[in-house]
Design a protein around this ligand. Structure first.
Ligand SMILES: NCc1[nH]cc(CCC(=O)O)c1CC(=O)O
Length: 335
């Protein structure tokens, strides 16, 4: 009799969007190359059918929770997420089975006329829905007009093509996966324009008790990417920042870079050596240390107050705290 492991077809749950489908297909092909049988199963999420601003319907988590529900209900065996959209808290009964090789982690500018950020004139209209990208744009070019946008990659680039915006900022990884790298007019230096924690990486989740899937996923895991994203995500977790907070964290081979916007809208930066960090636990320790240092010596990330975090400290340290300092309208994950 044939063992189950040779006949089981792994059901990979995916959202329908072009980016999600491309990411899921990439993981499915990786697994197939390792000898697994994989089929894609479409899972509809609240965030895909609702056009309301994401913050109103629960933020980036709406894209993740439907896939997690499908895993827990045994409707699918695997789910692929953009790691940067995955909450830092683990889900009961699920485990991060694989973090495969990472795509380009940088942010990229798509501007009309082939222009770079430096080429744009004062008052140029630059679109993004991300508080982090907005904070970085304001720090580098306070003279620009940052416009809040939402929509998938095609929609965002369409604003530039149609002349409604001079430029948009997008993840190079999403553009690469969709075959749109040709539209990029500048790749931002990740040590300066610090990407979102986990940007460009994928997370493959499965049920923690599914030994067969765990074994299959171990073969496509990239430990050096896990180590990098562990540090980046720990910064976010330790800052108690939600997914919409303006926190950038990027671990390159040499250095872990962090950029956080404080209550007054000032961008604060940290950098620590990363080459000698040997493993995931050490990476998390480093991320936690940077966060602790930021909380002690600089200002708290502005979402802390909105989420009820230690208002005394916040008010004492930031008498200039602005009244409009609530959650930003659109989290990073508009597509
Ligand atoms: N904002 C939504 C989102 N979620 C994941 C990606 C792709 C980036 C990645 O692979 O991390 C994107 C597009 C973007 O940020 O431009």
């Amino acid at each position: 009799m044939t063992p189950v492991s040779q006949t089981r077809v792994l059901r990979l749950g995916t959202r329908r969007s072009a980016l999600a489908t491309t990411q899921s297909t990439w993981v499915a092909d990786l697994l197939r190359a390792n000898g697994s049988k994989v089929e894609l199963v479409e899972v509809t999420t609240h965030g895909d059918v609702n056009r309301a601003p994401l913050a109103q319907i629960g933020g980036t988590g709406v894209f993740v929770s439907a896939l997690r529900d499908a895993l827990l209900a045994d409707a699918v065996d695997l789910a692929v997420h953009s790691l940067k959209d995955l909450p830092t808290a683990a889900a009961d009964g699920l485990v991060l089975g694989a973090v495969p090789e990472r795509e380009d982690p940088r942010d990229a500018l798509v501007a009309s006329g082939g222009r770079t950020l430096a080429d744009l004139p004062a008052g140029a209209r630059v679109g993004t829905g991300s508080p982090r990208r907005t904070a970085l744009l304001r720090a580098l070019r306070p003279d620009l007009d940052v416009v809040a946008i939402r929509g998938n990659v095609d929609t965002r680039i369409g604003f530039v093509t149609a002349g409604e915006l001079d430029a948009v900022v997008l993840a190079a990884s999403g553009l690469a996966r969709l075959g749109r790298l040709g539209d990029v007019t500048e790749f931002f230096d990740p040590t300066e324009y610090v990407p979102a924690p986990g940007q460009g990486a994928l997370a493959v989740e499965c049920r923690s008790g599914d030994a067969e899937v765990l074994q299959v996923l171990a073969a496509i895991d990239a430990p050096h990417v896990r180590r990098a994203v562990a540090a980046e995500r720990q910064v976010l977790a330790s800052l108690e920042a939600g997914c919409s907070a303006p926190v950038g964290a990027h671990a390159g081979e040499e250095t872990l870079h962090v950029a956080v916007e404080d209550h007054a809208g000032v961008l604060v930066r940290r950098a620590r050596p990363f080459a000698t960090v040997p493993d995931e636990p050490s990476a998390r320790t480093l991320g936690a240390e940077i966060a602790r240092d930021l909380l002690q010596h600089e200002l708290r990330p502005h979402t802390s107050a909105a989420r009820g975090g230690d208002p005394e400290v916040t008010l004492e340290n930031h008498p200039q705290d602005r009244s409009d300092d609530g959650p930003r309208p659109d989290p990073e994950s508009g597509s």
